[in-house]
Design a protein around this ligand. Structure first.
Ligand SMILES: C[S@@+](CC[C@H](N)C(=O)[O-])C[C@H]1O[C@@H](n2cnc3c(N)ncnc32)[C@H](O)[C@@H]1O
Length: 253
């Protein structure tokens, strides 16, 4: 296994013998095509592989953002917009935006609209199509391990958030090797999830990429440091569901 440790590349891209993860120069296109392919079944798969926990995690993240009245909120890598809709549902006076590079994910999201007003638009996390200081809060869920420059993605989120606003990130984090839950996590993620993914979405690679991409992502303490380096203060994180996901929150300025 090779690890790409070039300076500035916070997300080490792992090239495994089986070629599960793409080389760095192909990662953006690979990720966009992968999510475009699985878009119609993505949310059902998400609920299944998280054993129904995904909505709970999104709600915790939402609470930790401390969204006030008439807030403007952006969900980066919104996919089918599940978190953006959740925000709009709990904060009907908020102006909620979601952006993503995968058009088909956004298309599914537009069809899922249940009445909440959310602006879904194409946009890259590495060059967000918004002016400086636009949002009161910026969220991302299961996105940061997919971008090929974590530190640039964080700096972009800081740039579009007003001083005093919050940036929050929800990510999967594999338990440490010595953790009692590690064997269960690995069996679920490396065996059950790829099998289910193939059965339900028909995609051979998508749900093999998922577990490998979680191993290549920095652990929570390192992500907290990267958030600090990107310009966030008071960064805190909590782990949930036997430590298998982490929610990080920091304040701009
Ligand atoms: C695992 S899905 C998460 C979707 C959604 N946030 C959720 O909670 O279900 C990852 C999403 O990130 C998007 N994504 C990956 N790289 C991106 C980038 N550079 N800019 C914007 N979106 C990106 C993918 O297209 C995909 O929709």
């Amino acid at each position: 296994m090779e690890v790409d440790e070039r300076p500035g590349k916070e997300t080490a891209t792992v090239v495994t013998a089986g070629g599960v993860l793409p080389p760095p120069e192909e990662k953006a296109a690979y990720v966009r095509d992968l999510f475009s392919e699985i878009a119609p079944r993505y949310e059902a798969m998400n609920r299944l592989i998280s054993l129904g926990q995904v909505t709970r995690w999104r709600r915790i993240l939402l609470r930790r953002c401390g969204i006030g009245a008439n807030a403007r909120v952006l969900d980066v890598g919104t996919g089918t917009g599940a978190l953006a809709y959740e925000i709009a549902h709990h904060h009907p006076d908020a102006e909620v935006w979601g952006c993503d590079v995968a058009g088909p994910m956004l298309e599914v999201g537009r069809k899922n609209r249940r009445g909440e007003r959310v602006h879904l638009q194409e946009g890259d996390a590495l060059a967000l199509p918004f002016a400086d200081d636009t949002f009161d809060a910026v969220t991302s869920a299961f996105v940061m391990r997919n971008v090929d420059d974590l530190s640039l993605a964080l700096r972009e989120q800081v740039r579009v958030t007003r001083p005093g606003g919050r940036v929050a990130c929800l990510e999967i984090c594999p338990p440490g090797k010595r953790s009692l839950t590690a064997p269960l996590f690995h069996f679920h993620f490396f065996h059950v999830v790829p099998w289910l993914g193939r059965l339900i979405t028909g995609s051979r690679n998508a749900y093999r990429y998922l577990p490998h991409s979680t191993l290549a992502f920095p652990p929570p303490a390192r992500l907290a440091e990267a958030m600090g380096e990107a310009g966030l203060r008071d960064v805190t994180y909590e782990r949930y569901t036997f430590g298998t996901v982490a929610i990080h929150v920091g304040t701009v300025g």
